[in-house]
Design a protein around this ligand. Sequence first.
Ligand code: FES
Length: 231
Amino acid sequence: MSQDQDIPSIGGGFHATHATGKADPHQPDSFAFDAESEAQIAKIVARYPEGKQASAVIPLLYLVQRQMRRQTGSAWVPRAGMDAVAARLGMPPIRVYEVATFYLMFNTRPIGTHHLQVCGTTPCWLRGSDEVLRACKDAGELKGYGDTSADGMFTLTEVECLGGCVNAPILQVDDDYYEDLDYESTVRLIEALKRGEKPQPGSVIGRQTSAPEGGPLTLLDVPGSQGTEKV
Ligand code: FES
């Protein structure tokens, strides 16, 4: 496939051109790493042996996405950004496109200011992810998955297991996890985001990391010669 052809839409894949053949108006003509990204690139690329710089492709795509958020308010990876990564790492552009369109964490289209990612996999579903989704739709004024609110504030995406099942259900907002949610707490979270606040990520019921509700229940005693001592 020529890099001038459309790229198949895999995992939220992008199209450099519409089916009409017209240029995609969302795609910027160029992308250049800013000073903040350059400082990070120097550290990331140095982790890999000479000749293995292509291993840095995922971290560099993240840098593109974060720079786009800084510069445009929308965290996504345009094709010009993928080309910049390819040039920096000495890779054929198609190899970078393959990575960027495979992993769902890279947005290949512009998204809202906040990316609401609802985990719908079994543990979260059993613990009420349908209510989290309903709250996102109600409070975020979203029609469903794939939608961006009219004010550009939120984009809603369904994701598979986020690896936080122990505190299910989980809503990922941008790069942060909010845990132990229900309908009401999800609405409160979204209302806070609308006010420009950034609530503390983690368990919304005050759970200490993934400890049981109310505090730890195990490893409370240390056996000793004087009998059992409380830690
Ligand atoms: S099932 Fe939702 S975090 Fe694992």
